[in-house]
Design a protein around this ligand. Structure first.
Ligand SMILES: [Zn+2]
Ligand SMILES: [Zn+2]
Length: 266
């Protein structure tokens, strides 16, 4: 069964219209597709939806129009810094794309320059940066309990660009492990996100293998996400991600159905 619930369209920073995406998903054999436009952030309009009402109306129209061919879901990717009206959506992906310093927010993942700026704000203190990121994120996760936790270790997006600041640092790995155990208390589903692979930043999905083992060993649940911004990457890297999950010991993943999230055997 091919499904994806992390999909961006022209309503935010994606390349295609929702209808082009639905048609491509049908053609590619998907049984379900979920849209997850970036929820509006009042402090940064560079990438998020400006017309949330238009987005909701369009996805609902497509849900009805294509209901005999594919299940269409209306989701949203909410940033932990700016909450959406949850009742408007079938599900929410809760993500964190910013670091805070002296009351200001800075995007960590827009590009490598942005990431380096964030690190400079922390005077190169990788561990302090990671502590702030994960503690804010976990606080949000436990309070909000989003349906899906988005790219848990996004902070490591550029770790393969230069020398490894994170994965090669045992102290960082301990911090990430400590916090993912806190996030696991929420019972929320973690996405295994291949978006950085399709965009050429990474060779492996978020969260990294070490964290996937912690999820597995603590009874956590996972769902596959392509974090797609184009019709060409709707299921990008899913075979690789399935193999990785099996290697780690997962027997099942989750998908969305009319009755909520259900098990699918790997
Ligand atoms: Zn995101
Ligand atoms: Zn996304």
């Amino acid at each position: 069964m091919i499904t994806n619930y992390h999909t961006h369209s022209v309503f935010c920073d994606g390349d295609n219209t929702p209808e082009e995406i639905v048609c491509a998903a049908i053609e590619q054999g998907f049984s379900a597709i979920g849209f997850s436009g970036h929820g509006y952030t009042d402090f940064d309009s560079s990438y998020c939806m400006q017309d949330t009402a238009g987005y909701i109306a369009e996805v609902k129209r497509l849900k009805e129009k294509y209901k005999n061919k594919i299940q269409v879901y209306l989701g949203v990717e909410e940033d932990a810094h700016c909450l959406v009206n949850r009742a408007d959506f079938d599900y929410i992906i809760g993500s964190l794309h910013y670091t805070r310093k002296d009351g200001k927010r800075y995007p960590i993942d827009s590009d490598y320059e942005c990431f380096k700026t964030c690190l400079e704000l922390w005077n190169g203190d990788v561990l302090g940066f990671a502590e702030e990121y994960y503690s804010f994120f976990c606080d949000y996760i436990l309070k909000r309990r989003p349906d899906i936790i988005g790219h848990f270790d996004l902070i490591t997006k550029f770790d393969e660009m230069d020398t490894s600041l994170f994965f090669a640092n045992d102290e960082y790995n301990r911090i990430a492990e400590k916090y993912i155990k806190i996030a696991l208390q929420s019972g929320c589903i973690f996405e295994v996100n291949t978006g950085a692979i399709s965009r050429g930043y990474r060779k492996t999905p978020y969260p990294n293998e070490n964290l996937l083992r912690v999820i597995k060993n603590n009874g956590g649940r996972v769902i596959l996400s392509s974090d797609s911004h184009s019709v060409n990457t709707l299921a990008f890297g899913f075979e690789q991600a399935r193999t990785l999950l099996k290697d780690v010991g997962f027997k099942e993943i989750y998908t969305l159905s009319g009755n909520g999230f259900v098990k699918e055997y790997l």
